[in-house]
Write a protein that binds this ligand. Sequence first.
Ligand code: ADP
Ligand code: MG
Length: 730
Amino acid sequence: MSSTLRFQVVGEAFKKKAIDIPNREDRPSEFFGKYVFNKQKMLKYLPAKVYEKMCDVIDNGTKLDLATADAVAEGMKKWAMELGATHCTHWFQPLTEGTAEKHDGFVEHDWKGGMVEEFTGKELVQQEPDASSFPSGGIRSTFEARGYSAWDPASPVFVIGDTLMIPTVFISYTGEALDYKAPLKKALQAVDKAATDVARYFYDDVTKVVSNLGWEQEYFLVDEGLYAARPDLLMTGRTLMGHDSAKNQQMDDHYFGSIPLRVAAFMKDLEIQALELGIPCKTRHNEVAPNQFELAPIFEETNLAVDHNMLIMGLMKRVARKHGFRCLLHEKPFAGINGSGKHNNWSLSTNTGVLLHGPGKTPTDNLRFVTFIVETLMGVYHHNGLLKGSIISATNAHRLGANEAPPAIISSFLGKQLSDLLDALEESDDDKLFNLSGKQSMTLDIPQIPELLLDNTDRNRTSPFAFTGNRFEFRAVGSQANCAAAMIVLNTAVAEALTNFKERVDALIAGGMDKTKAIVKVVREDIKTCKPIRFDGNGYTEEWKAEAKRRGLDVESSAPRMFERYLDKESIRMFERMGVLSEAELEARTEIKLETYTKKIQIEARIFGDLCLNHIIPVATRYQSQLIDNVHKVSEIFPAETAKEVSENNLKLIKQISEHSSFITEYVEKLIDARRVANRIESELDKAVAYHDTVAPLLEEIRYHVDKLELIVDDELWPLPKYREMLFIR
Ligand code: ADP
Ligand code: MG
């Protein structure tokens, strides 16, 4: 792009003043869920018997028979057609981090030469999208070629545009999961069972435990004209080069600042559409970096929350374009300023209350609270490396460990009061703890838990897994990731910890120990065992890295090696025992993660090399020629001594440009060679490791010189929109 064009683009961005602020007369409570076939709609569109059956399927997971499915499909079709739908699709989450759909029209021959609108129970319940174009990590060759998608009635269908969207799982014909939803549902089932069993030690009336997720989605907005002029942003989601803007986030003036008008219009539009799709949006604000924002809904049951997050990521991109923006979900679109994450607020609740909620009114409540906190920590402690493996990716790797986001070591922050409480319990003895009151019953005198467990001043922003009052906040999840990856591991790990807990408590009870005493004994043991995961200090220091290593926590910092945690013995044992994923599925998933990692770095390296050779070097050379020209002209009109003086600065620049350009040219060659060597490696692990160790670092090395050139070369010649333009034009 020529400089004139670049300034036209910037100019366009400034001119985009016709801000389209959506307006609605009706209230969110009236239009919430307008496009969702929820229970309200079912009641209206389904026969009473069918409605009852569906409620049973949704609430209790009973099987759906084909006759009911036909009746449901009929009601759904009527409802969807009233909203203008003409097509339907199964909507699923393959292992590509996005969503996939294949649309079919509601049409069928009427066998009299015409057409009828038709949508059957069979189409609703199961379809066979061609699985061969989705990643399967070798499952297809090992097992069976075809895959199918099957409706998840726990997540209601919805209408977008002219299409009825049906959330489904995606599995191979031999039953292996090819997606995120299938294992997530199994993990949620496992934690439901394990947590219900343990909760019943405390309360007889607990019949179900639900895992909750409240995600906070961070994102950047960039003017679409500027975006289009950055091939790197367009192709990889991040800027591979670009010097810091003189002003970026150092003034801390963006966070919670007033929202720019054009952005506010986008947010409002997005929220309305999200609410109509049943996504309970609540919070919106500016984030730390310029042009960075956040959106958070009210938390929901985890399976639904994951679907809603996938849905909103797509919606954000679509709505942004309507407002002349591009929405960037990449974890680190710009170097030198904060990247984007997706905090996953997680908790367990029963049909009677929140399990991680303290303080309790009674000693039983308090012991229940401590038990669930400690067993969550046990799960996180035993599988801290795997949890890290669940959130790491080529893109999130830029964020982890940098001075902005959680460090690349998983630990948990509990805050002073809760830590003191666990310490007190660990050191207490039963004589003090139990007061005999009456003959049989014992009361438990756990030290008083303060009313407000944590206030905001006590929050530790550096902790990857922080307790925040009634939930844990897993902060290491990447902004564009499918939350399911992290939620599968977390819920399975907690399910395993609770299962182990119950086995040990039951054994003590069987041996004649009082139930409460047995619980306290095992909790006390576990407080000791999982102590290494507790860390309330600053996670960015070098001392912590050394200390974490001493404690036996996973300190691996290379992404491809972190993926390997899925294949650790303890991981496989946990997933298989909890019935979530088989060893073959885990192997396949790991392979996909490695392949994806390699491809991402490969694409970045190719685009980066092209940009260097086709955009940067020619422009630097052109500017250098202009300088050389000037030096010649100066020497023509001045005597030699004076000419040297006058040209001193230009001569320096000419030399600097030469140095930077030579480095870039030479190292782009090296980059190509490194790729060539890596590409020849057979094993997916070794290949990804080679890309991590030998290709990725070269990008950073070369970038330094490109960014230096950006400071030297005449701004009018520079071919790419700069950080200050992309980050401050709204
Ligand atoms: P902050 O930015 O201070 O961390 P936000 O208000 O932006 O907090 O987001 C908090 C998120 O946590 C929201 O999605 C909220 O619904 C969710 N949340 C609150 N309580 C729970 C809970 N018990 N379980 C899961 N998520 C919760
Ligand atoms: Mg948060």
